[in-house]
Design a protein around this ligand. Structure first.
Ligand SMILES: Cc1cc2nc3c(=O)[nH]c(=O)nc-3n(C[C@H](O)[C@H](O)[C@H](O)COP(=O)(O)O)c2cc1C
Length: 305
C-alpha cells in the first residue's frame, strides 16, 4: 500500500519527528512521518521539501485534525504531492475524500473498534489501532493494545496497523500475531539521534522506569505523560475537582514545546509511552528499524521451524 520494504512506521510526533527522523526511517526501508501538529504552515512546507531532498523513498505527514491551521496544512500536503497522510484526533470524514481524490493514501488513528468502523466508512485505506500504553494523546476507552488490536481486526476489512507499546521485534511479532499488518512506533524513535526533541527529554525517556508514565488531563484531552512537577500540579488540581476550563488554564500554551523541545523537565509537558521503561539507549533511527526488523524475522523463522 505504501511502497515500503518493511511494515515499520515511525509515528508522527509533535516536537520530535521532523525531516531528519522521517527521512532516516524511510531511507532504512520503513515509513517516516512528519509530525505536523507542532508546525506552522510555512514550516510544514519547508520540512516536506527538506524530507524530499533527504530521501527518494515514500514518506508521509501526520495531521492531528483538531489543529487550528488544518485547512492550510491539508492544502500544502496536496500542493507538495505528499503520497501518504496519517490523520488523528478528529473526524476522519472531514478530509479523507478530498485527500483521496488526489491519490493520497489516508490512514486514521483510532482507539476503539467503533472509531475504526467510522474510519473505514469514511474511506480510509487503513487504520492505526493505538492502545492505552501509547505515548501522547490517548483514547478515553483505555483499551490496551493486547485487546484493541484483535478487536479492531475483527471489525474492519481494511488493514490494521498496531501502535502502543511496541519498541522491539518481539513486540512487533505479538502485534502481527494479533492480526496487525504493520506497526507504528513512537516512543522508541523519541530516543533516536535524529529525533528533533531536546537531549534532556531523550535522556529522561531512557532513564524512566515502569510506572513513571500515567494518563493525565483526562477531563481535557487525555495524554500519557512522564511524571514531573507539572504532572503533579495537574494531579493536585484534579483531586481538588478542577474542571476542563481550570485544567486548560493550568496547561496554558506551549507546555509541550517547553518540555519536549526546550528540555524543561520540570514545568514542561513530557509525552511518552509506557514502553519508555524498556528503553536504555539513544541510537540512529536506521539502527532501530534494522534491529526491530531483524529480531522480528529471526523470531518468525524460529517459530516456523
Ligand atoms: C512525543 C510524542 C508525540 C506524539 N505526537 C503525536 C501527534 O502529533 N499526532 C499523533 O497522531 N500522535 C502522536 N503521538 C502518538 C504516536 O503517533 C504513536 O501512536 C504512539 O507513540 C505509539 O505508541 P508508543 O509510544 O508506545 O510507540 C505522539 C507520541 C509521542 C511519544
Amino acid at each position: 500500500m505504501f511502497g515500503i520494504e518493511k511494515p515499520i512506521i515511525q509515528a508522527g510526533m509533535i516536537w520530535a519527528s521532523g525531516w531528519e527522523l522521517a527521512s532516516a526511517v524511510s531511507n532504512a526501508g520503513g515509513l517516516g512521518l512528519l509530525g505536523s501538529g507542532s508546525m506552522y504552515p510555512a514550516e510544514l512546507r519547508e520540512q516536506i521539501r527538506k524530507c524530499k531532498r533527504a530521501t527518494s523513498k515514500p514518506f508521509g505527514v501526520n495531521v492531528p485534525l483538531l489543529y487550528p491551521d488544518i485547512d492550510q496544512h491539508i492544502q500544502i500536503i496536496i500542493d507538495e504531492s505528499v503520497p501518504i497522510v496519517f490523520t488523528s484526533a478528529g473526524n476522519p470524514k472531514t478530509y479523507t475524500g478530498l485527500l483521496k481524490s488526489y491519490g493520497i493514501k489516508v490512514v486514521h488513528v483510532v482507539s476503539s473498534s467503533k472509531f475504526a468502523l467510522k474510519a473505514q466508512d469514511a474511506g480510509c485505506d487503513a487504520v492505526v489501532a493505538e492502545g492505552f500504553e501509547a505515548g501522547g494523546h490517548n483514547g478515553r476507552e483505555e483499551t490496551t493494545s493486547f485487546v484493541l488490536i484483535p478487536a479492531v481486526c475483527e471489525k474492519v476489512q481494511i488493514p490494521v496497523i498496531a501502535a502502543g507499546g511496541i519498541a522491539s521485534g518481539r513486540q512487533m511479532l505479538a502485534a502481527m500475531v494479533l492480526g496487525a499488518s504493520g506497526v507504528q512506533i513512537g516512543s522508541r524513535f523519541v530516543a533516536s539521534n535524529e529525533a528533533s526533541c531536546h537531549p534532556h527529554f531523550k535522556q529522561a525517556v531512557i532513564n524512566s522506569q515502569e510506572g513513571d508514565t500515567q494518563l493525565s488531563l483526562k477531563k481535557l484531552t487525555p495524554v500519557r505523560l512522564l511524571k514531573n512537577a507539572f504532572f503533579e500540579q495537574v494531579q493536585e488540581a484534579e483531586q481538588k475537582g478542577a474542571d476542563a476550563a481550570m485544567l486548560q488554564t493550568l496547561l496554558g500554551r506551549g507546555r509541550a514545546k517547553k518540555g519536549m523541545f526546550e528540555g524543561d523537565l520540570s514545568e514542561g509537558e513530557l509525552e511518552i509511552g509506557q514502553v519508555s521503561a524498556l528503553l536504555n539507549d539513544i541510537k540512529p533511527a536506521a539502527e532501530i528499524v534494522k534491529e526491530v526488523w531483524n529480531e522480528y524475522n529471526a523470531l518468525v523463522e524460529a517459530i516456523s521451524k
